[in-house]
Design a protein around this ligand. Structure first.
Ligand code: FMN
Length: 422
C-alpha cells in the first residue's frame, strides 16, 4: 500500500470482516458521488432524503437504485410510498442539500416543488428528475438496495451537478479552471496596463469597442482591458475567457512558433480536411499583413450574433462537458465569417480587427482588438482601422521594452511558467 503524506486510518487490507469502518469510509471517500434527493408524498406531506448512492443500474428494462440505511427514519416514511421522484442536485443547491439531509419535520419549508407525473415532489431547479416506481428491495448488510423501474425522466436544467467527495461538497470543472483563477487574471491585467491609454483613445476616436486580450495558456485568452466609444455597448467583462479554438486566436498564433500553431490546429474538431490548411494559410497571411479581420458575410448578422452568444456562454464557469462541446462546435461553425482580402468595389461589415503585440523577444502574449465597428465600410476605411490599431500596437511594444513594461512582462511570464500546465 502506498502511503501519502497525510494520516491514513489504521489497517490497509484484510478479509471482509476485518475491514475497519474508518478505512472503509476513507477509501470509499476517494470515490466521488453525485447528490440526489429521493422524494415521495405521503399522508403527512412531502418526504425527502439525500442519497449519494443513486445509481444507474439497467437500460433494458430501465432500472435505477439507491441505498438507504436501515436506520433511516426518512426512508421508513418513504417506504410507505412506491412512487418516487429522484432529483439530481445542481452545484448551486448546497443549501437545499443540507436542509434535506438534516432529520427534521420542516424540510420542505421554503422549498419549491411541483407534483411529478407519479405524484411525488419534483424539486424546482434540480438538474434532472427521474420518475420511478419500486421494482424490488434487496437486503444489503446495514443498508437496503432499492431497485426502481424508471417510468419517465428529464433533464430540467443542464448545469453542472453537486458532487460529494472526501467528506466535502464541490462542483465539476471541465477544464480545470482552478489553475487559471484570480492569479492569471491579475497577471494578465497588469500586462495589459501599458495598452490601456491607447485602446481608450482608439475607442473614443473610432466610436467602437476596443479590448486587450492576453493569453492564459495555449488554449485560452482573457479580456484584460476594454474600452467603449460612440454607441458601442459593454460586451466584454474583465476576465472573460476566449477559447482558442480555430479560427479563434489566429492573431495570437500568428506570433507563435510553428509547434504552437500545430497544437492549436490539432484542437479543431472540424471534419473538413481542407479546414486545417485554410487556417494555416490565414495565420501566414496575418503574420505577413500584421492584422486579422473578421468579416460578417452578407446576411450573416444572425450567425454572427449566435457566434457571440456562444462565446458569451463559454465564459460561464458552470458549463457541462456536453454544453462545452456544443459551444466549441458553434464557435468553429463560424469560421465562414472570416475573410482575407479587401477589394475596392466592396463595402464590408467588419466584425473585428485584431493585431498582435510583439514582446521584445518577438513572441506574442497579447492582442489588441477593435469591434462593434460601423457597418458598410469601404476598403480605405478598413485600412484606416488596421493602421490605427497597428500604430497602437507598435506603441505598446515600445512601452513593453521600457523598464516598467519589462517588469510587467516578467511578472506575467513568471506566473505563466508556474501556473500553466505544459
Ligand atoms: C451527500 C450525502 C449523501 C448521503 N447518502 C446517503 C445514502 O446513500 N443512504 C442513506 O441512507 N443516507 C444517506 N445520507 C444521509 C441521509 O441523507 C440523511 O442525512 C439521513 O437520512 C437523515 O436521517 P433520517 O433518515 O433518520 O432522517 C447522505 C447524506 C449526505 C449529506
Amino acid at each position: 500500500v502506498r502511503r501519502y503524506g497525510y494520516a491514513l486510518s489504521t489497517t490497509s487490507v484484510g478479509d471482509g470482516a476485518a475491514i475497519d469502518p474508518g478505512l472503509y469510509r476513507e477509501v470509499m471517500g476517494h470515490y466521488p458521488t453525485g447528490v440526489a434527493v429521493v422524494t415521495a408524498l405521503d399522508s403527512g406531506g412531502p418526504v425527502g432524503m439525500v442519497v449519494g448512492t443513486f445509481s444507474a443500474v439497467s437500460l433494458d428494462p430501465p432500472l435505477v437504485a439507491f441505498m438507504p440505511t436501515l436506520k433511516s427514519g426518512t426512508y421508513a416514511r418513504l417506504s410507505s410510498s412506491s412512487a418516487y421522484c429522484i432529483n439530481v442536485l445542481a452545484h448551486d443547491q448546497l443549501g437545499l442539500c443540507r436542509k434535506m439531509a438534516t432529520p427534521r419535520d420542516d424540510k420542505f419549508d421554503e422549498v419549491t416543488w411541483t407534483k411529478s407525473p407519479l405524484g411525488a415532489p419534483a424539486l424546482t431547479d434540480a438538474v434532472a428528475h427521474v420518475h420511478c416506481v419500486v421494482h424490488s428491495i434487496l437486503g444489503a448488510g446495514d443498508h437496503l438496495i432499492v431497485l426502481c423501474t424508471v417510468t419517465g425522466m428529464e433533464v430540467v436544467r443542464p448545469v453542472t451537478p453537486l458532487l460529494f467527495f472526501q467528506g466535502g461538497y464541490g462542483g465539476f470543472s471541465p477544464r480545470g479552471m482552478t489553475a487559471k483563477g484570480d492569479a492569471s487574471i491579475i497577471a494578465a491585467i497588469h500586462l495589459a496596463d501599458p495598452a490601456r491609454p491607447y485602446i481608450e483613445k482608439l475607442a473614443a476616436q473610432w466610436g467602437c469597442e476596443t479590448a486587450v486580450l492576453v493569453a492564459v495558456g495555449d488554449d485560452e485568452m482573457t479580456t484584460a482591458a476594454s474600452a467603449y466609444g460612440g454607441d458601442a455597448t459593454m460586451r466584454n467583462r474583465l476576465g472573460d475567457r476566449i477559447p482558442l479554438i480555430p479560427p479563434m486566436g489566429e492573431a495570437y498564433f500568428a506570433g507563435q512558433s510553428p509547434e504552437a500553431v500545430d497544437r492549436w490546429l490539432s484542437s479543431t474538431s472540424s471534419l473538413d480536411p481542407g479546414a486545417i490548411d485554410r487556417y494555416r494559410d490565414r495565420v501566414r497571411a496575418i503574420r505577413e499583413g500584421g492584422a486579422a479581420i473578421a468579416m460578417i458575410a452578407p446576411g450573416g448578422e444572425q450567425a454572427y450574433r449566435q457566434f457571440h452568444d456562444a462565446l458569451h456562454e463559454y465564459t460561464s464557469t458552470e458549463l457541462t462537458p456536453a454544453r462545452e462541446r456544443a459551444l466549441r462546435q458553434a464557435i468553429e461553425d463560424a469560421s465562414w465569417l472570416l475573410h482575407g482580402d479587401l477589394s475596392d468595389d466592396h463595402l464590408y461589415d467588419v466584425g473585428s480587427v485584431s493585431v498582435p503585440v510583439h514582446n521584445p523577444e518577438g513572441d506574442v502574449s497579447m492582442v489588441l482588438r477593435m469591434a462593434q465597428l460601423p457597418p458598410r465600410a469601404d476598403r480605405s476605411r478598413v485600412e484606416q482601422w488596421i493602421d490605427a490599431l497597428q500604430t497602437a500596437a507598435r506603441r505598446v511594444e515600445r512601452d513593453l521594452d521600457s523598464p516598467t513594461g519589462s517588469t510587467q512582462l516578467g511578472a506575467y511570464r513568471d506566473w505563466y511558467m508556474a501556473e500553466i500546465p505544459r
